[in-house]
Design a protein around this ligand. Structure first.
Ligand code: ADP
Ligand code: MG
Ligand code: MG
Length: 246
């Protein structure tokens, strides 16, 4: 049984149809990579799966964990175990990174967290991501570098332990060391949380230490090809030309 089933999904953004019938199934614990040229609708799929209200599902269905969630709001999807890491993480003045994660954790589980336990786990996870402890008490993403923002997203992933995470270009704009750190964080998620992943990326570097089950190619709002991990290398050598011609 699959964790996620996307059936013939059509999505509009500002009254323009961007996704034209996407089909995608992701099993429990599987890692899928989504590739495609810029502007093809990859981020749109991520936002639509997470339930961002600016992305209107015109037809088709999204099933998650055995439930039709097509009309569920974002917070219900998060509670059900979905997580989206943004291509451009938002800055939230007045809310510290630590309190943001703690609040998200309490919303997701419906339980109070014990502060000392939470703090211990947060600091342990920050160490894994080579993040200075002081970042916990800084306002979320405010004044963070691109790399620090991406690390903060992976920190949320490891603390919230969602059953399904969409990582949208979490590696873009990172230097070599930051890519390694972010990749190690994702590997830790694969190993300890055993969740499912949809990784949207243009690069192979982040995938080197990860096990990938399937690769999908999206062209003009449709997934037109699916293969195994080797498809990533093939695309990096040959680009999308052969798919775009079809
Ligand atoms: P990708 O992630 O593959 O680069 P996107 O999903 O970001 O592609 O964009 C697909 C298309 O949808 C683009 O033409 C983009 O301009 C448009 N689009 C996406 N989000 C919005 C938005 N919030 N408002 C207006 N247009 C959007
Ligand atoms: Mg893009
Ligand atoms: Mg995008």
């Amino acid at each position: 049984k699959n964790l996620l089933n996307v059936k013939d999904l059509y999505v509009d953004v500002e009254d323009k149809e961007i996704l034209h019938g996407v089909n995608l199934s992701i099993g429990k614990g599987e890692t899928h990579v989504l590739m495609g040229p810029n502007g093809t609708g990859k981020s749109t799929l991520g936002y639509a799966l997470m339930g961002n209200p600016r992305y209107t599902v015109k037809s088709g269905e999204i099933w998650f964990d055995g439930k039709n969630i097509t009309d569920e709001p974002v917070n219900e999807r998060a509670k059900a175990g979905m997580f989206l890491s943004f291509q451009n993480p938002l800055e939230v003045p007045g809310v510290t990174l630590s309190s943001f994660i703690r609040n998200a954790l309490e919303l997701k589980t419906g339980k109070r967290t014990r502060y000392m336990e939470f703090k211990k786990e947060l600091e342990k996870t920050m160490e894994l991501l080579s993040m200075d402890k002081s970042y916990a008490e800084r306002d979320l993403n405010v004044g963070f570098s691109g790399g620090e923002k991406k690390k903060a997203e992976i920190l949320q992933l490891l603390m919230l332990k969602p059953s399904f995470a969409i990582l949208d270009e979490t590696d873009s704009g990172l230097d070599v060391d930051a890519v390694k750190t972010v990749s190690a964080g994702i590997e830790e998620y694969q190993k300890t949380c055993k969740g499912s992943l949809l990784i949207i990326t243009h690069s192979t570097r982040i995938l080197e230490s990860l096990s990938v089950d399937y690769t999908h190619v999206m062209i003009e709002g449709k997934i037109i090809s699916t293969g195994d991990a080797s498809l990533v290398d093939k695309i990096n050598e040959n680009g999308f030309a052969e798919y775009e011609a079809e």
